[in-house]
Design a protein around this ligand. Structure first.
Ligand code: PMT
Length: 219
């Protein structure tokens, strides 16, 4: 029987990719399967927390006992996260959010033409940064998917986005990170780095919550 260390705590997690529409049949997205975020939601629920999971389009069953909010675009994820942020104790952004979306979403399928096609893109909102600015008592954790210079980029995001911790993924290794059932991460706070060696995403999620629980000081 698992100790319900997070009983009475509210946890908000984002997972999966976002999908940005070009026309009725085409979109831009990424390789996130949602597995990491869904494992975090499952572990938090088993620890007794009241869990809300904001998820992009994935092929995973909703974890039992978790409130699931399904979204498609970065903008919809922003709305859902901001709406429930104030009531939360712990917020983890494991989603892979699009940084850009097409400026124009066409109502009709784009016709093939001679020559090349350029699609103009605009920036989406940085959800994590917005939450960092709104933060009062929430323990806010970001993820960083990096293919080089992991620690430096991770540290930069930790500071710039006003996070309490960041989980750094090395996405240059195909056996971990995106899509895989395994992950290997560094959990970084302002004064501690913990390396969690390759293990199932369920184990990594448990290790992440153990560190968060240590940091927020519940027994
Ligand atoms: O879903 P899986 O297949 O299990 O794979 C897991 C994962 C690799 C997707 C996940 O563990 C991970 O690393 N997620 C973060 C991916 C990412 O988009 O990283 P980033 O370095 O681009 O973004 C940094 C942080 O800012 C992330 O917490 C992201 O959610 C957030 N962000 C990014 C852009 C944006 N517009 N808004 C955001 O909130």
């Amino acid at each position: 029987q698992q100790k319900k260390t997070l009983l009475g705590k509210r946890v908000l997690i984002s997972a999966g990719p976002t999908k940005e529409r070009i026309d009725p049949v085409r979109f831009m997205s990424n390789h996130s399967s949602g597995k990491m975020g869904y494992q975090l939601a499952e572990v938090a629920q088993q620890l007794g927390a009241e869990v809300t999971l904001v998820s992009g389009p994935v092929n995973l069953a909703s974890p039992v006992g978790v409130k699931l909010i399904q979204i498609e675009t970065a903008d919809e994820m922003y709305q859902a996260m901001v709406e429930s942020f104030d009531q939360q104790d712990i917020v983890i952004k494991a989603a892979a959010v699009a940084d850009y979306r097409p400026v124009k979403q066409h109502d009709k399928k784009l016709k093939k033409q001679d020559g090349d096609l350029a699609i103009e893109m605009e920036r989406t909102q940085d959800i994590l940064k917005a939450l960092g600015e709104k933060k009062t008592n929430q323990y806010l954790v970001g993820f960083a998917a990096e293919s080089d210079n992991h620690m430096n980029y991770g540290e930069k995001k930790l500071k710039e986005k006003n996070l309490d911790a960041i989980v750094i993924n090395d996405i240059s290794n195909p056996s971990i990170g995106f899509q895989s059932d395994q992950n290997e991460v560094t959990f970084m706070t302002n004064d501690q780095h913990d390396f969690f060696k390759s293990a199932s995403k369920n184990t990594i999620a448990t290790q992440i919550f153990n560190r968060i629980i240590e940091e927020i000081g519940v027994d």
